[in-house]
Design a protein. Structure first.
Length: 286
């Protein structure tokens, strides 16, 4: 697809009150990228709250795979508007079927007690790392056919994985991954846009962290993975015009499911967001 700005993904068409349509980006995957639905659903909910309210959390369930070649309709229900909090429920629809649900909570900005009991990992600076796209291009012959084809698609987020060389080694290792994230194109100074973009980016490389202790590569033809639910909390204002570090780990897998959690830091070491996700992980015999 032609190069378009990240912000255009969240410029939703208003069909009628509480009903929006978002265009889809085909990123070369077999199905609609989950991050797109996360970001667009959040943008749709944001369109229905007062300008002084900022999202602080959302909880979602992925019900059916989406089609990357078709738009998605978002039906936003106003659950509650209180003095300082607003709650919204969003239903994502394709072909008349509900493919995704989100519940999001917004709050007016308030002063309050503040602490941080989270330490930013000590990892190489993003400037010292190749972008994942550059790294994959240098190792083109090692990629699966599907990954080779996906390289030609639009990549709106500059992703730089620490220790990216291990991507090609299907060997058991600790279930931990560190990734730097930044928007490829400069974005407007709009907090809602940056939050929707971070929601979009939070789905990259996340569930696959649970594969690491098992020595299974994402490209394994017998592997079946799908996100079940995804939750996110925003702690501080986010700015994707500068680098953010996404520190992920998987504390458990079992019963054909894996769970992952993430912490997102700005370059000053401040925790700006937290994430959790559970997904189906099945290994079929060839």
């Amino acid at each position: 697809m032609s190069e378009v700005k990240m912000s255009s993904l969240f410029e939703l068409e208003s069909i009628e009150k509480g009903l929006f349509r978002g265009q889809s980006w085909d990123l070369g995957f077999r199905a609609l990228f989950g991050g797109q639905v996360l970001g667009q659903a959040l943008a749709a909910a944001h369109n229905t709250v007062d300008d002084d309210r900022v999202v602080h959390s959302f909880h979602t369930y992925f019900l059916l795979p989406g089609d990357a070649k078709k738009p998605v309709v978002y039906d936003v229900e106003v659950v509650r508007d209180g003095r300082s909090f607003s709650a919204r429920r969003v239903k994502a629809i394709q072909d008349g079927r509900n493919i995704f649900y989100m519940t999001a909570s917004f709050q007016t900005v308030e002063e309050g007690m503040t602490h941080q009991y989270a330490e930013m990992p000590d990892v190489p600076d993003p400037e010292s790392l190749d972008s994942d796209i550059t790294f994959y291009e240098k190792n083109y012959e090692k990629l699966s056919t599907s990954m080779q084809e996906a390289l030609s698609y639009h990549k709106p987020i500059d992703i730089r994985t620490v220790d990216a060389a291990n991507s090609f080694k299907a060997q058991a290792r600790e279930p931990v991954r560190h990734v730097w994230l930044k928007a490829r194109d400069e974005m407007d100074d709009n907090l809602g846009l940056h939050q929707a973009t971070l929601a979009y980016a939070s789905d990259y490389h996340f569930l696959s962290t649970a594969l690491r202790p098992h020595g299974i590569a994402v490209s394994d033809k017998g592997l079946r993975m799908a996100t079940i639910d995804h939750a996110m909390w925003f702690h501080r204002p986010v700015n994707l015009n500068d680098w953010l570090l996404y520190a992920m780990e998987s504390p458990f897998s079992g019963n054909s499911r894996g769970i992952v959690k993430g912490q997102i830091f700005n370059r000053a070491g401040e925790l700006v967001a937290s994430t959790m996700q559970e997904g189906m992980i099945r290994k079929k015999d060839k």
